[in-house]
Design a protein around this ligand. Structure first.
Ligand SMILES: Cc1cc2nc3c(=O)[nH]c(=O)nc-3n(C[C@H](O)[C@H](O)[C@H](O)COP(=O)(O)OP(=O)(O)OC[C@H]3O[C@@H](n4cnc5c(N)ncnc54)[C@H](O)[C@@H]3O)c2cc1C
Length: 330
């Protein structure tokens, strides 16, 4: 990815947007947003620019594989036609959110040895919590908690789904979590329910609790939301581990057993293998056919990194197309 990211950097994305009349600003998280906070204005301005430059769009047209003699096949209004372009750049996406058209069906037109299988990325996970927990807390949000796994951590809101957990902190750790589940059948995530509080502060708070009161009351007095109390109590029963209450509040273990469905994942791992393309993202087995975006096998957390990788691979692939045309087109 490095050559791609260096050929079209995060600053280039900002300049690209600003050049299209969409000023950007840096949010408190350090992420960059268009001032209008909407992608539609940028998209409209971009399409207008492309039309002005003579780009022809053909909608309701489906690429359906490679034909004979270097042709590619398109289905349009029920008819399949072959075309022989000077170069092709495919950007057909991954296999998550199929309702947007990115269903990964293009893989059937590729040799199996050119592909790594798709796996959900930036996804939620099925969690080993009780049915009672899910029926009571589905849809509830654990606000501003920190998820820890393998020495990495990520802070934000975690939402309870019908059988698991999802949200930015889990998405950010989804690659190592998925790999651990694949190799060992499960992964233990630790959730810090009070990340802004130091352990000493938590111990002081716990020391002030009345010993005779129930644990539920203690948790309520410590300011935990109903869903945080529910999660803590499930973990406390299973993994007491001799931890004192204050320590346990910063270390709630949750066993994750399976990534959520690919169709609900924000992105995918897998796709066209690195070995199947050259340094300019041209398919080694199909000279003149280039690939960019999520079709390629790379993985990144959400927060702009995915879009950056799509812009950067698209840009580098387009430069390679330009070089290819200079060398080969008549
Ligand atoms: C809900 C959601 C939220 C996201 N949020 C973020 C975020 O905050 N930050 C971030 O960086 N990324 C985010 N992403 C990820 C980002 O949107 C994708 O990584 C990126 O759009 C992928 O771009 P792409 O051009 O490779 O593919 P896509 O955007 O998937 O586009 C592929 C296109 O190809 C079309 N297509 C597929 N097969 C064919 C065919 N055979 N013939 C013709 N057309 C075909 C599809 O219809 C689709 O229009 C989010 C994704 C989702 C689903």
């Amino acid at each position: 990815m490095r050559p791609a990211l260096e050929s079209f950097t995060p600053d280039d994305v900002i300049h690209f947007a600003e050049n299209l009349g969409q000023a950007c600003f840096t949010g408190t998280s350090g992420k960059i947003f268009p001032v209008g906070l909407k992608a539609t204005q940028l998209l409209r301005a971009w399409l207008r620019r492309l039309r002005e430059r003579g780009v022809a769009f053909q909608y309701r047209t489906h690429w359906c594989g490679f034909g004979d003699g270097g042709t590619i096949l398109f289905a349009h209004e029920g008819a399949v036609a072959a075309q022989k372009p000077d170069a092709v750049l495919l950007a057909l996406g991954g296999a998550s959110w199929p309702r947007t058209g990115s269903d990964g069906a293009w893989t059937r037109y590729f040799q199996p040895d050119m592909l790594n299988p798709f796996a959900p990325a930036n996804c939620g996970f099925r969690a080993a919590l009780s049915p009672a927990f899910f029926s009571k807390h589905e849809g509830a949000v654990l606000k501003s908690v920190t998820a820890h796994f393998e020495g990495r951590k990520s802070r934000g809101d975690i939402t309870v789904t019908k059988n698991g957990l999802e949200g930015a902190p889990i998405y950010a750790l989804s690659a190592p979590l998925r790999q651990r589940i694949t190799s060992q059948g499960a992964a233990e995530l630790r959730i810090d329910l009070r990340p802004i509080m130091s352990m000493d502060q938590s111990r002081e708070n716990v020391a002030r609790l009345r010993p005779r009161e129930s644990q539920s009351n203690h948790l309520r007095r410590l300011g935990l939301s109903p869903v945080a109390r529910g999660l803590f109590q499930e973990a406390w029963f299973d993994h007491r581990d001799g931890l004192d209450l204050a320590t346990a509040l910063h270390n709630v273990p949750v066993r994750l057993e399976q990534p959520a469905d690919m169709a609900r994942a924000i992105s995918v791992a897998g796709g066209v293998r690195q070995a199947a393309v050259d340094s300019g993202f041209m398919l080694r087995q199909r000279p003149g056919v280039f690939v960019a975006g999520e079709m390629l096998d790379w993985e990144a957390p959400t927060g702009g990194y995915l879009l950056q990788a799509c812009f950067s691979t698209g840009y580098l692939a387009a430069l390679s197309v330009e070089k290819w045309l200079t060398r080969h087109a008549g």
